[in-house]
Design a protein around this ligand. Structure first.
Ligand code: ADP
Ligand code: MG
Length: 796
């Protein structure tokens, strides 16, 4: 058992604006327990607290200042916990802090750079790396991803996520067994055999969370997310299984209602979050007070799920995320206060070992059989019926293989059946007698020969010697032939391999072209690692399928989407990542080629060494010299070249593996960004369509009518386009000229946006009558107008 208080760490987020001096200081040396001092500026101190305290000091296990990178956080906070989980203890890491303080950044990671990946992906990488290294145990890994929003649990990995809205999904509920163990109904566990599979699950869950989020339910700030790695391990042959769980928790923003200051529905929601965190706080207060017998775990779903993590069987770590800017000081102080209480909680982690009943049954069955046999033997229980033909045959086979077995330890196992034991003895006796008779016969015939053919004796001896000589010659020749044949086969094999390698190197490890569209990387150089990158393609389409992004867009909408994308703030990140991805792909391609080269070089060097060795031996034989024990200089040189080449191969291969992980991660980031972009586009598009319908009475009475629209010079084309029903020619309407000041003056009864659009009565534009398509078209025109207008204003 490991007794430990919850470990608390603080992480200060870099400020959005320039560094603000004097708001906090970190003292690392104070009796080896670092402390964080938050200093209130005088103006704030007056209004903020009654007693006008000006500074607050909090102790933490360690404090990570703004410049601490994700690697440092993982190494110092998550790696030790992951290590305990691998050893069979439960672990929990939770991030607590106000919205925007960096909880998600710390737990999951930033959405932009590979180096920004957070604790979850790094922990997965570490755990799978360790599992690969340890061949003494059999491990199984499962993943679950739970979201708690408004006290309801949702399974972020539920395959029905794509089809249903959040409210329609079955809620995850808590069941408690008689031993007070918590079970979660409707939360799926997904087995992950590799890091990639686990990462895909993480991204799938995150994407599902993002899709479910609407402006009204900002799940990302108001919900709690618990990503759990379930690990079980057992030694081969043993019936004892170890189970350990690692919860990685991204809590809702800890800010309070008072500050949020919103009314109505939002306020109710805000209260709900606080309710959840409020109950968490209640549990923490109860636990930190001595002699409290009742701990109110059952009050909320989150505290029920995290019951073991809080004062129970778990090694728990808290990360207080702090955004130490002037306006956030009150929230930061309350985060630190919360952490101080958490630090008082004592946990008792035990090894979660369990006997697997199935394995025990198997072992016991074997034991029972052995005991039965032994008993039958001891009690002398007799079986009277004769052995069948098949049984006899089987026994004789057993005897033959027993006699042929060179292992002195081998045993003749026939079970506790005296009939069989007797038969074995009989059979062995028969074999022995047969052999004796045969030997006698040979000896007697030889002696007869001696008697009868004494004169031929000399001749016979001569002939026998010659025969022996010939036999030797034949043996030597056969051996030589064998060697030649082996060499030829090896050469053929090598040539074959070369061809295969050549073929592999011909098909580049990463097909060029459009790298971001889910390419496949083939690691031809290592069969064990040769999982091709098709998983990326699969994953990408899986993400899209799961998130309902399969829907085809009309061309008009596509064009609007392109423009939306271009002007979107995230497009820079996507483009940057595309560039990085391209670089990584070409690096991986080059590496793949070099690896193939190194491998064939290794093959050739090996062949050369063998040749060299054969030559040496042959020379030794021909000159009647002993085979030299030490390799000669030439061979020595070849061997060191071989070692060097092997080292090079290994280095390149390690790099390629790392690249593979990075590419995978970048692609997932980009997929996520694309889904986000598309989601925002849909919202914008719907808004535009609604605005248009509200602002334009004509649109409201669309039903199979013709609409007069204010268009500019390319009106004819537009009317053609729109009457065409299809959006195929949508691109023809571009570009549209800017509104002239003159035409602007003419506008009278229009919306603010339309005010700046030239208005001249033009020919009618028949719409399709399909209200969906019509509103698409109208929204598109509207959007184009607004974009063009912006562009024109910009150029003016
Ligand atoms: P929270 O989850 O607490 O609401 P986020 O993790 O979403 O906050 O962080 C808010 C923003 O700040 C994000 O854009 C994130 O990338 C950025 N951020 C947070 N912490 C850091 C950090 N340590 N270094 C750089 N950027 C950070
Ligand atoms: Mg967050």
């Amino acid at each position: 058992m490991v007794k430990q208080t919850i470990q608390i760490f603080a992480r200060v987020k870099p400020p959005v604006r320039k560094h603000q001096q004097g708001i906090y200081s970190i003292d690392e040396d104070e009796k080896l327990i670092p402390s964080l001092e938050i200093i209130l500026p005088r103006d704030l101190a007056d209004g903020f607290v009654n007693n006008k305290r000006e500074s607050y000091k909090f102790k933490f296990q360690r404090i990570f200042d703004q410049d601490a990178n994700q690697e440092t956080i993982f190494e110092n906070i998550a790696k030790p916990v992951a290590g305990s989980v691998l050893a069979g203890y439960n672990g929990t890491i939770f991030a607590y802090g106000q919205t925007g303080s960096g909880k998600t950044f710390t737990i999951t990671g930033g959405a932009e750079r590979y180096s920004d990946r957070g604790i979850i992906p790094r922990t997965l990488s570490y755990i799978f790396e360790q599992l690969q290294k340890d061949s003494s145990k059999i491990y199984t890994t499962h993943i679950s991803y739970l979201e708690i929003y408004n006290e309801c649990g949702y399974d972020l990995l539920d395959p029905r996520h794509e089809a249903s809205s959040l409210e329609d999904l079955p809620k995850v509920t808590i069941l408690e067994d008689p031993d007070q163990n918590i079970h979660l109904k409707n939360l799926t566990l997904h087995q992950a055999t590799t890091e990639e599979e686990a990462l895909n699950l993480l991204f799938l869950g995150d994407t599902n969370r993002m899709i479910a989020e609407t402006p009204m339910n900002q799940a990302s700030t108001r919900s709690h997310c618990i990503f759990t790695i379930h690990l079980s391990s057992k030694e081969p042959g043993s019936a004892t299984v170890r189970h350990a769980k690692l919860h990685l928790v991204d809590l809702a923003g800890s800010e309070r209602v008072a500050k949020t200051g919103v009314g109505g529905h939002l306020l109710t929601e805000a209260k709900y979050i606080n309710l959840s965190l409020h109950y968490l706080e209640q549990v923490i207060i109860a636990l930190s007070e001595k002699h409290r017998s009742h701990i109110p775990y059952r009050n909320s779903m989150m505290t029920s799920v995290l019951r073991d993590s809080l004062g129970g069987n778990c090694m728990t770590t808290m990360i207080a995320t702090l955004s130490l800017e002037k306006r956030n000081l009150d929230e930061s102080i309350s985060t630190c206060r919360f952490a101080q209480r958490v630090a008082l909680i004592k946990n008792e982690a035990v090894l979660n070992e369990e006997i697997d009943p199935r394995l025990v049954i198997k072992r016991l069955q074997k034991e029972i059989q052995e005991l039965k046999d032994e008993l039958a033997m001891v009690t002398g229980e007799q079986r009277t019926e004769a052995l069948t033909e098949a049984e006899l045959l089987q026994l004789e086979k057993l005897i033959t293989s027993f006699l042929e077995d060179q292992d002195p330890e081998s045993r003749l196992e026939v079970g506790a059946d005296m009939r069989k034991v007797h038969h074995c003895f009989h059979h062995l006796k028969k074999l022995l007698n047969d052999k004796k008779i045969l030997e006698n016969n040979t000896v007697s015939s030889e002696s007869k020969d001696q008697d009868c053919q004494e004169p031929l004796k000399e001749e016979y001896r001569k002939l026998r010697d010659i025969l022996k000589q010939r036999d030797n010659e034949i043996n030597i020749l056969v051996n030589m032939l064998k060697k030649e044949k082996k060499k030829a086969q090896e050469a053929l094999h090598l040539a074959g391999m070369d061809r295969r390698e050549f073929r592999h190197s011909q098909s580049p490890p990463f097909p060029l072209g459009n790298p971001e569209e889910g390419q496949r990387m083939r690691l031809s150089s290592a069969p064990s690692q040769a999982q091709d990158f098709s998983i990326l393609g699969k994953r990408s389409s899986m993400l899209h399928e799961k998130t309902g992004m399969r829907e085809e867009m009309s061309l008009g909408r596509q064009e609007a989407f392109e423009i939306f994308k271009r002007d979107h703030a995230d497009s820079v990140t996507i483009d940057d990542n595309k560039q990085i991805l391209k670089q990584r792909f070409s690096e991986a391609k080059a590496l793949g080629e070099s690896i193939n080269e190194a491998r064939s070089k290794i093959g050739h060097l090996k062949e050369e060494i063998t040749q060299q060795h054969i030559q040496q031996v042959a020379l030794g034989i021909s000159e009647n010299m002993a085979v030299p024990l030490m390799p000669d200089q030439q061979e020595e040189k070849l061997r060191s070249q071989l070692e060097e080449e092997k080292r090079r191969y290994k280095t390149m291969f390690t790099r390629l593996k790392a690249l593979k992980v990075e590419i995978e991660h970048l692609q997932l980031l980009m997929d996520k960004a694309k889904v986000k972009l598309q989601k925002e586009f849909e919202v914008w598009w719907a808004e535009e369509a609604t605005n248009l319908q509200v602002n334009s009475p004509a649109v409201n009475s669309l039903d199979h009518t013709k609409l007069f629209l204010q268009t500019s010079d390319s009106q004819h084309e537009r009317s053609q386009l729109l009457s065409n029903k299809s959006d195929v020619n949508a691109r023809k309407i571009l570009p549209s000229p800017c509104p002239s000041p003159h035409s602007q003056k003419q506008s009278s009864t229009s919306t603010p946006l339309e005010d700046s659009i030239p208005k001249r009565p033009v020919s009618s534009i028949p719409l399709t009558g399909d209200s969906q398509t019509d509103s698409d078209i109208l929204a598109f025109i509207k959007a184009r107008q607004s974009i063009l207008q912006k562009q024109c204003l910009g150029s003016n």
